[in-house]
Design a protein around this ligand. Structure first.
Ligand code: CA
Length: 220
């Protein structure tokens, strides 16, 4: 799940980036409005977190431009502006949710899950194909009666496959779902994650399509 984090405060941005990575999101962090708009034009994201007070183009302008692009991108406004007029304005401009700083990371994560759930693309309360299921709130997976907690990376990989059951995802597509811009990806990282997930859940939890990629079965 790829997230665009738009935040110019270095400390807050770094803390959010780390927390989001720990929660299994691939994060691209930008610190001004113009870069944010360019990123949204060139990459596809499942969700954006938008600060309002930003250099170059402020958050209201960024939101307006994102909405004018026509592409559906859920946006959670994350700001210190806590006035009722600010909140109403932010939601009316097209924000999907509004969170006031300071906040607790776990509330942000719950709001992200809720927005993604409403989008219907990812994060239902339980993601499942009938045999294999994944709980985004606890990061617990189970396959044919065997349950195990997953690491953030394992979770991100299995989530990418389970949101597209029956579809083969290549190494490149999986890397895109798991890693942000500045993260180094080792050449065998995906194979290693597949291996550790299979060790926890069973070898048949993920199918290998030789030379193409990996998939989980469609619900049966
Ligand atoms: Ca700011």
């Amino acid at each position: 799940m790829r997230v665009l984090l738009i935040e110019d405060d270095r400390m807050i941005g770094a803390a959010m980036q780390q927390a989001l990575r720990d929660a299994a999101y691939a994060v691209d962090w930008v610190a001004d409005g113009e870069t944010a708009i360019r990123a949204a034009e060139t990459e596809s994201y499942e969700l954006a977190l938008l600060d309002l007070g930003l250099p170059k183009a402020d958050g209201r302008e960024v939101l307006g431009r994102l909405r004018a692009m026509g592409r559906r991108l859920p946006v959670i406004i994350v700001t210190a502006r806590d006035g009722i007029d600010d909140r109403i304005d932010g939601l009316d401009l097209g924000g999907d949710d509004y969170l006031v700083k300071p906040f607790e990371i776990r509330e942000l994560l719950a709001r992200m899950r809720a927005v993604l759930r409403r989008e219907g693309s990812g994060s239902p309360t339980l993601l499942s194909n009938g045999k294999l299921s994944l709980d985004p709130a606890t990061r617990e997976a189970s396959f044919l009666g065997t349950s195990a907690p997953l690491t953030a990376r394992e979770f991100a990989l299995l989530q990418a496959l389970l949101t597209r059951p029956g579809m083969v995802l290549s190494r490149g597509e999986l890397e895109r779902q798991i890693y942000g811009w500045n993260e180094e990806v080792e050449s065998n990282a995906i194979e290693y994650l597949i291996h550790t997930i299979r060790r926890k859940l069973g070898a048949t939890a993920i199918r290998n399509v030789r030379g193409v990629g990996w998939m989980v079965d469609r619900s049966s």
